[in-house]
Design a binder for this molecule. Structure first.
Ligand code: ADP
Ligand code: MG
Length: 278
């Protein structure tokens, strides 16, 4: 059943209702994320606009995201439109080859993503606490995000304690869904994404998000990645992550519990949150 916050419709021409002002919020794999204004409602509300191909996998992920009750640190899907791939849309999303596109409008975060803020001095324990609260919420509702990384965490406020929210649920899935094609971002993907033998019943579970969030915590703490960039090295690196000496003991203990190679022994989001607070 659709929750009230999700408005879904089919438009012949999205641009009859919304105006794009050219401001680019970020660049994704399929094109730029832009701001757009609601011009029909007379409110001139501003949103972040993402265009994705109209595919069964995209629809499945949207429905799943929609099934999660709202949480302050998970970006809402405010409006979803199905639209024919018009020349104007194609110009904005040149890599989309399907006949129809899905246009997703979410609240616009004015202060960029966490990646661009890492070196500006954020309170790591605060951001980590909010991230773990959001992940615990998703996991409680049986959803794996599937692509946790600093670029998929946006900041709605500035300063040391930014209000963050998780975005980009395109790879979200249920752990029991063994038809899900393992995806994610190489430096952040867990060992079981690379090594199917590390999975139980061929499932990629919520533990995959814990690994990725562990890499985010490592990045926030040491301002570098523990994983080498080339693919062969990425696979080897998974077994060699060591926490640098001098790390605060709580951070070191939490990282070790999150970056366990065996997903079955990895800590949960709620316990990682408590461990960091202890
Ligand atoms: N709601 C938003 N507010 C502000 N910036 C956003 C928002 N959504 C996306 N972005 C920016 O655009 C980038 C790409 O968006 P994302 O949805 O992650 O696309 P992709 O699926 O291609 O990775 C993000 O890393 C972020 O910098
Ligand atoms: Mg992304």
């Amino acid at each position: 059943m659709a929750l009230p916050f999700w408005h879904i419709a089919h438009f012949d021409d999205f641009f009859d209702h919304y105006t794009i002002n050219g401001h680019v919020l970020g660049t994704g794999v399929r094109g730029k994320i832009r701001t757009c204004y609601d011009t029909t409602g007379g409110t001139f509300n501003v949103y972040a606009m993402k265009i994705v191909p109209h595919t069964p996998a995209a629809l499945k992920a949207l429905m799943l995201q929609q099934s999660i009750p709202p949480h302050p640190n998970i970006c809402l899907l405010l409006r979803v439109y199905f639209n024919t791939m018009t020349p104007q849309l194609a110009a904005l999303a040149p890599n989309i080859t399907t006949r129809h596109a899905i246009i997703i409008l979410t609240p616009m975060a004015r202060h960029g993503d966490l990646f661009s803020r890492l070196e500006k001095g954020i309170c790591t324990t605060y951001v980590f606490d909010r991230l773990m609260s959001a992940l615990a919420h998703m996991h409680r509702h049986g959803v794996v995000h599937g692509d946790i990384k600093p670029e998929n965490i946006v900041c709605f406020t500035d300063g040391k304690y930014p209000h963050i929210a998780i975005i980009d649920c395109e790879f979200c899935h249920r752990p029991e869904d063994t038809t899900w094609t393992p995806a994610g971002t190489p430096n952040f993907a867990s060992p079981e994404i690379y090594f199917p033998c590390a999975r139980v019943d061929n499932r990629v579970t919520t533990a995959a998000d814990i690994w990725s969030a562990g890499i985010v915590l490592y990045n926030m703490t040491f301002l570098r990645s523990p994983i080498d960039n080339s693919l062969g090295e990425i696979r080897r690196s998974h077994f060699n992550i060591c926490v640098p000496k001098g790390a605060p003991p709580r951070v070191a203990a939490t990282l070790r519990a999150m970056l366990r190679v065996d997903p079955q022994t990895r800590i949960t989001a709620e316990d990682a949150r408590l461990m960091m607070r202890a």
